[in-house]
Ligand binder design. Structure first.
Ligand SMILES: Cc1cc2nc3c(=O)[nH]c(=O)nc-3n(C[C@H](O)[C@H](O)[C@H](O)COP(=O)(O)OP(=O)(O)OC[C@H]3O[C@@H](n4cnc5c(N)ncnc54)[C@H](O)[C@@H]3O)c2cc1C
Length: 318
């Protein structure tokens, strides 16, 4: 089998590793310059920000076994964050399952999982075409033919443009929707300690603040703060003026942290057009005739869901 995998995020890497474990090699293509997709790190001079996934939790036994190996390899660490939740009625502890992060940065885990895989970066796929074998057509006008099967792990809004219209599961792909999220990154000249490491908030333009420098293994010489906008607010303002979005998020975060952030030496805003699940088929993956659509949007919308979905896509061929 000669399999093409679209996307080098957690789902694509998981699919490729499952195939490799069963003696099947695959070629992964991704439009980005690095692996990891939304489990990513933004570099800005001396500052580094986990601007996508903040942490992940582990419930599945097989996923746990993988994470235990990654901890042993030094690329994942538990994060015993001082986590608070602010909602109507006041402030409380933000309790839940144990949290894990990539170490020393979020993309350490996908980079580790990418080792030894056949990955082609900077390759945006425009179309997947079915013939005797499958052909991938790229944005730059080139194409690559001869694939026996295709696993797509790109977000549904992109997948519905790329996958063939006669894919039997195309309707499920088309009806899956994702929320937008703005990520505000604030770099300070010294680390800060607000008394908490994460603050989840309700009913505000933002829903999350993390003191990134409080995560294990991060540069302790500078301060880094990550702020995420709330899903409904983000959807409503997806195309709003970026300066306005940044100002609103800065003001809201400053008030919560009780510190003016607008004079920080580094401020940047990133928009994730496809950040988290709004509607999902809620299956591990969508299987057609030698073509499978997978990704976190199929199953749970988080890092563990992405890993499970990618593995299920590979198993569909095995
Ligand atoms: C702001 C934010 C906060 C989050 N917080 C958490 C959290 O705290 N905990 C948690 O568990 N999860 C969190 N998540 C979700 C988590 O990041 C995802 O569930 C997981 O990383 C998804 O992996 P994936 O492989 O399914 O998709 P992705 O990571 O999106 O990978 C898809 C890949 O496909 C590539 N691609 C897309 N289109 C094309 C194309 N046409 N051609 C080639 N390549 C293409 C993309 O570049 C990308 O690398 C967060 C996500 C965001 C954005």
């Amino acid at each position: 089998m000669n399999i093409a995998i679209l996307g080098a995020g957690i789902a694509g890497l998981s699919a490729a590793r499952e195939l490799r474990a069963n003696g099947i090699s695959a070629k992964i293509f991704d439009k980005s310059r690095g692996v990891g997709g939304r489990m990513s790190t933004r570099y800005a001079g001396e500052w580094e920000f986990d601007h996508g996934a903040q942490f992940f939790t582990v419930q599945d036994d097989d996923f746990k076994a993988q994470i235990d190996m990654a901890i042993t390899a030094g690329v994942v660490a538990p994060w015993n964050a001082r986590a608070l939740y602010l909602k109507t009625g006041g402030l409380s502890a933000d309790t839940g399952r144990d949290r894990y992060v990539g170490s020393p940065r979020m993309n350490s885990l996908p980079k580790y999982w990418a080792e030894g895989l056949d990955i082609h970066l900077g390759r945006r796929i425009n179309r997947v075409v079915k013939g005797e074998t499958w052909t991938l057509e790229f944005e730059d006008g080139t194409s690559e033919a001869g694939f026996d099967a295709v696993i797509s792990t790109i977000p549904p809004a992109q997948a519905k443009l790329v996958l063939p219209a006669d894919f039997t599961e195309i309707q499920s792909v088309e009806s899956a929707q994702m929320h937008v999220c703005f990520c505000l990154m604030v770099g300070l000249s010294a680390p800060i300690d607000t008394g908490w490491d994460t603050l989840r908030v309700k009913e505000l333009p933002i829903d999350w603040i993390a003191i990134n420098n409080a995560k294990p293994g991060r540069n302790g010489d500078v301060g880094t703060i990550v702020v995420h906008s709330a899903p409904e607010w983000s959807d409503a303002h997806a195309e709003a003026d970026r300066d306005w979005v940044q100002t609103v998020m800065l003001q809201t975060a400053s008030a919560l942290i009780e510190m003016p952030l607008d004079q920080a030496p580094h401020i940047a805003l990133h928009r994730w057009l496809y950040a988290s699940n709004k509607t999902s088929p809620d299956v591990s993956c969508l299987v057609g005739d030698n073509i499978v659509a997978a990704g976190d949007w199929c199953l749970g919308g988080r890092v563990q869901g992405a890993w499970l979905s990618g593995r299920a896509a590979a198993k569909a061929f095995l």
